[in-house]
Ligand binder design. Structure first.
Ligand code: 4AD
Ligand code: MG
Length: 430
């Protein structure tokens, strides 16, 4: 019977064959332990000299790391095995012998591993991290479909800059200037006026010269946008969505979380509602914590975010930021126009901002005024202003950074390990 590692549980006591690679190997004169992987998981194959033909034992004993093979064996339940099963090998058919695989079981430096990212992806921790990423994506589609959102795909090549012009990747678009999208938001606003509740999921680009453990040049963002939703409605969607993906990862990635030695007690309590603190109160809190330099109007750095996050067990919304710190499209607070109706969601345990969102300005003249203040050329935004000229309604939305969310849930120190092929300040290879 041909099967995969993920399905061996259906064949206990039976003989199965699977295509696999050798992740690692140990052997003595009498027994060889093959750490097998096939993409769906990892399992140990045990080859006992006394029980197989001489030639099979020799093949198993001498097989090299990352060689590919068809392996046949009997599935046994084994409580000590992480997957719960082991394979008693009866036959080994080598497909391709790998020599001198660069990533050995010894320690390697990060730069070396990043240079070999195309191979590093095969290793256990990287595999677990990507499976968690995949589960977050799956649960994202599940949540927004359940809630009646329509998936809409905004363009990647654009002529406008939602988040400010300093971080844009410029390119030529025949005779015109174009930019790689830094956010699909403005297009999602148009989509919300056509479909009510929409979400997007796609790559975004920031030409930011930041070299922190939270910044990628190319990252993936989930951007929901909802017509007739105001500030508080928006926060409710966010806390429900984040709770949904955390619970999905807990339910469906227990093996991966175990491989990564993630502290589950920190994740099980992540359930809506999430705490809220205004920017103003956050400043006062930071002063109490000894960050005496920070003053009203300053942006928060990661030490500030971490100090705030550490006083909560759940993600925390920092709301009502100074207008001067935020993009042109955010709706001012009617009680205090110096602040906007926005929130950043800060993950626990120092993983930083995972969501930025706000209510959008829906008054045409205020929006025009803001665009002028921000030095934006009106021609490029003519279509965006139409949304306020033809049936304008209050609406809100947000963007969740996928990689920072993966980093948080998988317990990854750095976002570079949360995307298959990271684009970093000094890395475009492989
Ligand atoms: O806060 P940001 O810049 O918000 C927007 O782009 C809005 N237009 C979204 C919206 O309302 N539709 O980015 C949103 C999130 C951040 O909270 C962060 O998680 C992630 O995107 N992010 C990055 N992730 C990795 N590397 C970077 N350089 C990132 N910049 C933002
Ligand atoms: Mg932000």
């Amino acid at each position: 019977m041909k099967t995969t590692i993920s399905k061996v549980g259906n064949f206990v006591g039976q003989e199965v064959t699977m295509g696999a690679w050798i992740a690692n190997k140990r052997s003595s004169g009498k027994i060889a332990f093959l750490q097998l992987r096939d993409g769906t998981g990892f399992i140990q194959g045990v080859v006992i000299k006394a029980e197989v033909a001489e030639e099979i034992f020799l093949k198993a004993k001498n097989i090299t790391q990352e060689s590919s093979l068809y392996v046949t064996g009997t599935v046994r339940e084994d409580d000590r095995a992480p997957s719960g099963y082991e394979l008693t090998v009866t036959d080994v058919d080598i497909i391709h012998e790998a020599t001198d695989y660069p990533i050995t079981p010894k320690e390697h430096g990060t730069e070396f591993l990043m240079d070999h990212r195309h191979l590093w992806l095969r290793s256990k921790r990287q595999h677990a991290t990507m499976k968690i990423r995949n589960e977050i994506i799956r649960a994202t589609y599940e949540f927004f479909n359940q809630e009646g959102f329509v998936k809409i795909d905004p363009p990647i090549l654009t002529g406008s800059a939602p988040e400010g012009t300093t971080e844009l990747f410029h390119t030529k678009y025949f005779d015109e200037d174009a930019y790689l999208s830094q956010s699909g938001q403005l297009y999602m606003e148009a989509a919300a006026m056509a479909f009510g509740k929409v979400f997007s999921f796609g790559p975004t680009f920031r030409a930011e010269k930041s070299k922190t453990r939270r910044h990628l040049i190319e990252f993936w963002m989930i951007e929901p946008e909802m017509a007739f939703y105001q500030f508080n409605d928006n926060l409710q969607v966010q806390e429900q969505y984040v709770s949904h993906i955390v619970q999905a990862v807990l339910n469906n990635c227990s093996l991966e979380l175990k491989t990564l030695e993630r502290d589950l007690s920190k994740l099980t309590q992540i359930k809506a509602p999430f705490p809220r603190i205004t920017y103003k109160d956050a400043i006062a809190f930071l002063h109490e914590q000894g960050f005496t330099d920070i003053k009203w109007g300053d942006d928060f750095g990661s030490p500030h975010e971490t100090a705030i996050a550490n006083s909560y067990e759940k993600p925390v919304f920092i709301t009502h930021w100074p207008t001067s710190l935020k993009p042109f499209y955010m709706q001012p607070d009617e009680n205090n126009p110096d602040v906007v109706l926005c929130a950043d969601l800060i993950a626990p345990e120092g993983y930083g901002e995972i969501i930025g969102g706000s209510e959008r300005i829906h008054d045409a003249s205020l929006l025009e005024q803001r665009m002028k203040e921000h030095g934006l050329q009106q021609e490029a935004y003519e279509w965006y202003l139409h949304l306020r000229q033809y049936g304008s309604v209050p609406h809100s939305g947000f963007g969740l950074g996928l990689e920072r969310t993966v980093a948080w849930l998988s317990g990854s120190e750095h976002v570079r390990e949360t995307i298959p092929f990271p684009r970093l300040l000094n890395r475009l290879y492989p």
